[in-house]
Ligand binder design. Structure first.
Ligand code: NZQ
Ligand code: ZN
Length: 393
C-alpha cells in the first residue's frame, strides 16, 4: 500500500428534505452575503431555487443570484461572477446544481480570493493561495464536485477545457436529497452513472498492488452503481436507487477510492476533456465513448489488473489467459454502457471526426506535445491520436 494523505472536510447533509437546512448551514459558516449560483432552468422549474432562497431569507441571510451556468461551464460567466461578488461584497458562494455549477462556483471563489487572471490556475501558470468558501446543493449525481478538490472550466477562447485541483476549493457542505435528482432526463442519469463509475475506475487502473480494502470498496462501488443505474432506466423515481447512486457519486471522487494507490491513470478523463471542450458533449457520455478504446490500447501493460476487473466487477468467466479475460471484461462494460443507452464510440454521439479533428484533439490533449497522460501506459500525442482514431470509428 502506498502512503496517502486523505482530506475530506465537507459536511454531508443527506436525505429527503435536506435542502431546507441550507440557510442554517450557510449561517454556520458565518456568512453575511451569499452568491446563489445556478444553471439553466431545472432548479427554477422544480421550485428548488425558490425553496433555497426562502431558506436563506428565513435565517436572515442576504443574497444575490447568478444563473446561466451551462454544462462544460464557461470562463466568461466565471469572470462575470467574480465581478458581481466583488461589487456585492459576497463572502460565500452557494452552488445549486450539478458539477458544472459547483465548478463554476469554485472558479469564482478562486478568482475573488486571488489577484490576477483566474485562468492562469487552470493553465498551470501559477498556484492559488486560497478560495472563497463554497457550499453545494446537489441536483445530479455525477461529477462528485460536491466533495472533490477539483474544478473544470472551459475557456471559449480556443475551446480549451482544463481542470484545477487544490484542497482550498473543497465545499464546506454538500446538501444531498436524492429526490432532487428524479427530474433528470434518462440520458443525464446514465451519463452521471458513467462518470461516477469512471472516477473509481480511473483510480483502480494503476500501477500499485496490495490495496485489499481500497480494491474491495472500488469493486463494490462500481457494481452498486451499475445495478442501480439499470433500475433507474426503468424506474427513475426509485428513491433507494437514487440514494445509492448519489452517495456513490461523492465517495467515488472524494479521494477514498484512491487511498493507498499511486493515484490512478486518468487518461480517459484527459481524453474526454478535449471532446467536451471541442464538441460540448455530456462528460459521462464522452467518457463512455473513449473508455473501451483506451482499455484495449493499454491492457497489455497490466493484463492481470484488467482480468481482475473483468471477473470481480463485470462478473465474466475467466478465459484461457489474462488477456482473454480482460478483453471479455471490456466487452461486458461496452454491453453495460449500451444497456443504459450510452455510447461506446465517439461516432455514436453523432460526431464523425475528420482526420484534422483527430489530430487537433491529440494536439490539445498532449498540450501541444508537452505532456504525456496515464499511468497504466504513459501515452504521448501519437498514442492519443490512435485512441481517438479507434474511438472515432
Ligand atoms: O442547467 P440545468 O437546467 O440545471 O440543466 C442541467 C444540465 O443540462 C441538468 N440538470 C442538473 N440537475 C438536474 C438537471 N435536469 C433536471 N433535473 C435536475 N435535477 O443536467 C445537465 C448536466 O448538468 P452538469 O452540472 O453539467 O452535470 P455534471 O454534474 O455531470 O457536471 C459535468 C461537469 O463537471 C465536470 C465535467 O467535466 C463537466 O464539465 N467534472 C467535474 C469534476 C469535479 N469538479 O470534481 C470531476 C469530473 O470528472 C468532471 O470532469
Ligand atoms: Zn468525471
Amino acid at each position: 500500500m502506498e502512503n496517502f494523505n486523505y482530506y475530506t472536510p465537507t459536511r454531508v447533509v443527506f436525505g429527503r428534505g435536506a435542502e431546507n437546512q441550507t440557510g442554517e448551514l450557510v449561517k454556520q459558516q458565518g456568512s453575511r452575503k451569499v452568491l446563489v449560483h445556478y444553471g439553466g432552468h431545472s432548479a427554477k422549474k422544480s421550485g428548488l431555487l425558490e425553496r433555497i432562497c426562502h431558506s436563506l431569507e428565513e435565517t436572515g441571510i442576504d443574497y444575490v443570484s447568478l444563473g446561466g451556468v451551462v454544462p462544460n461551464p464557461r470562463l466568461s460567466l466565471v469572470y462575470e461572477g467574480i465581478k458581481l461578488c466583488r461589487k456585492e461584497q459576497v463572502d460565500f458562494i452557494l452552488a445549486v446544481g450539478g458539477g458544472s455549477v459547483i465548478d463554476s462556483a469554485k472558479a469564482i471563489g478562486y478568482g475573488i480570493a486571488n489577484e490576477g487572471d483566474v485562468w492562469d490556475f487552470y493553465e498551470g501558470k501559477r498556484q492559488a493561495t486560497s478560495c472563497m468558501p463554497v457550499g453545494a446543493v446537489l441536483t445530479i449525481s455525477a461529477a462528485g464536485s460536491e466533495m472533490s478538490n477539483s474544478s473544470v472550466i472551459t475557456n471559449e477562447n480556443g475551446w480549451l477545457k482544463r481542470g484545477y485541483n487544490t484542497d482550498y476549493c473543497r465545499p464546506k457542505f454538500a446538501v444531498m436529497n436524492p429526490e432532487l435528482t428524479m427530474t433528470l432526463p434518462k440520458y443525464q442519469t446514465a451519463s452521471g452513472c458513467v462518470d461516477i463509475m469512471m472516477h473509481t475506475m480511473e483510480r483502480y487502473f494503476n500501477q500499485s498492488d496490495n490495496m485489499e480494502l481500497t480494491d474491495g470498496f472500488s469493486e463494490h462501488l462500481i457494481r452498486t452503481v451499475m445495478k442501480n443505474a439499470k433500475i433507474l432506466m426503468e424506474h427513475p423515481d426509485d428513491y433507494n436507487a437514487r440514494a445509492e447512486v448519489m452517495w456513490a457519486g461523492s465517495l467515488s471522487h472524494n479521494g477514498l477510492m484512491g487511498c493507498g494507490t499511486d493515484g490512478g491513470d486518468w487518461a480517459s478523463h484527459q481524453l474526454e476533456h478535449e471532446l467536451g471542450g471541442m464538441f460540448d458533449v455530456a462528460h459521462g457520455a464522452g467518457l463512455a465513448a473513449v473508455w473501451s478504446s483506451w482499455a484495449r490500447y493499454v491492457l497489455d501493460a497490466r493484463p492481470e489488473r484488467f482480468a481482475r476487473f473483468a471477473v470481480k466487477v463485470m462478473g465474466v468467466e475467466p478465459g484461457a489467459d489474462d488477456i482473454e479475460t480482460a478483453l471479455k471484461g471490456i466487452s461486458a462494460m461496452e454491453d453495460f454502457y449500451h444497456m443504459v443507452e450510452m455510447p461506446v464510440r465517439i461516432s455514436e454521439m453523432g460526431i464523425n471526426l475528420t482526420e484534422e479533428q483527430i489530430r487537433e484533439l491529440a494536439e490539445k490533449c498532449s498540450h501541444f506535445g508537452k505532456r504525456t497522460i496515464g499511468c497504466v501506459k504513459k501515452l504521448d500525442q501519437e498514442d492519443m491520436y490512435q485512441i481517438y482514431k479507434n474511438a472515432g470509428k
